[in-house]
Ligand binder design. Structure first.
Ligand code: FES
Length: 322
């Protein structure tokens, strides 16, 4: 986990078609100055004029300090984020953008890395492939899409592969009798030191977690775009806010975040689904019931921090550093 809560006001410099249903957007400082640096796998939260906040992976070059690039897939079930970007985002607009945060960091000194992308899940992995290529490491990227037209950034990836075109492997379900990427086949015969990364739709991530269960946790890396678990809404516990001494009771049917917002307590959050890390809050007492996809198993075990948008409490009282 890394990042800050400082927001930036950035100008939309370009909006570009990348593939069927995918637009990319380049964001720059209005005065042309440098942006906070980021590392491969990082994302930013865009605060949209319709009031929604949405997180998108940075897919541009981490060596370019003057622009952030995000790519957005038009989600058929959009709750207003991707639809607004596709229908209303125009070059020249100003957007409030969070500083970069990285929940999906690249292990840069790994001897070999296998990157597995499903659809728009290619965005953080494009940044990783670029970084690994710059470092001269071994890498392979598998991109799975339903139709060939949905394969975003393929030309860029092939350029990164250079004289090793086998580094980029495209799987098109439609051209393979509707079959999805054979994850077991991809994972078979991984080297002892190989790190493997997966980002894509929920069914792919669930299949990956199952197929890669034998890969040691420190070499297995996953980024979720949507919640994999139901939020904790059992309620029936108290939350003490250590900075003010105030205590609120979380009722059944509400998350901690919802309860705090309803009580008029300002909180920083974005996805509300346990996938972005924006609402991470230090825990000073009590035992959280973790439901997020951001913290590692070790971090959850340690219990020193939690995502208040989706996680609850196993103890009758939680003390938060709020
Ligand atoms: S708001 Fe995204 S993890 Fe809680």
């Amino acid at each position: 986990m890394s990042g800050s809560t400082e927001n930036l006001e950035l100008r939309v410099r370009t909006v570009r078609w990348e593939a069927d249903g995918v637009l990319s957007c380049e964001l720059v400082r209005p005065d042309g100055s440098a942006l906070p640096p980021f590392t491969a796998g990082a994302h930013v939260d865009l605060s949209l004029p319709n009031g929604l906040v949405r997180g998108y992976s940075l897919c541009g070059d981490q060596g370019d300090w003057y622009r952030y690039v995000v790519a957005v897939n038009r989600d058929a079930h959009s709750r207003g984020g991707s639809a607004w970007i596709h229908d209303s985002l125009r070059p020249g607009q100003l957007l409030e953008v969070s500083a970069p945060r990285n929940n999906f960091p690249l292990v840069e000194d790994a001897a070999d890395s296998v990157l597995i992308a499903g659809g728009i899940g290619v965005t953080p992995l494009l940044g990783m492939a670029r970084r690994l290529a710059a470092l001269g490491r071994e890498w392979t990227l598998h991109l799975a899409v339903r139709t060939r037209g949905q394969a975003a950034f393929l030309e860029e990836l092939r350029a990164l592969a250079g004289d090793r075109p086998d580094r980029v492997r495209l799987h098109v379900d439609e051209e393979d009798g509707g079959k999805v990427l054979d994850l077991a086949g991809v994972l078979a015969g991984l080297g002892d030191a190989t790190h493997v990364y997966c980002c894509g739709p929920l069914p792919m991530l669930e299949a990956f977690e199952k197929q890669a269960a034998g890969v040691p946790a420190e070499r297995r890396h996953v980024e979720y775009f949507a919640a994999a678990q139901a939020p904790a809404t059992e309620g029936g516990f108290e939350v003490e806010l250590a900075r003010t001494g105030r205590t609120v009771r979380v009722p059944a049917g509400r998350t901690i975040l919802e309860t705090l917002l309803e009580a008029g307590i300002a909180c920083y959050y974005s996805c509300t689904e346990g996938v972005c890390g924006s609402c991470e809050t230090p825990v000073l007492g009590g035992e959280p019931d973790h439901r997020d996809e951001v913290l590692t198993d070790q971090e959850k075990e340690a219990g020193g921090t939690m995502m208040i948008c989706c996680s609850g409490s196993r103890s009758a009282r939680l003390v938060l550093d709020l």
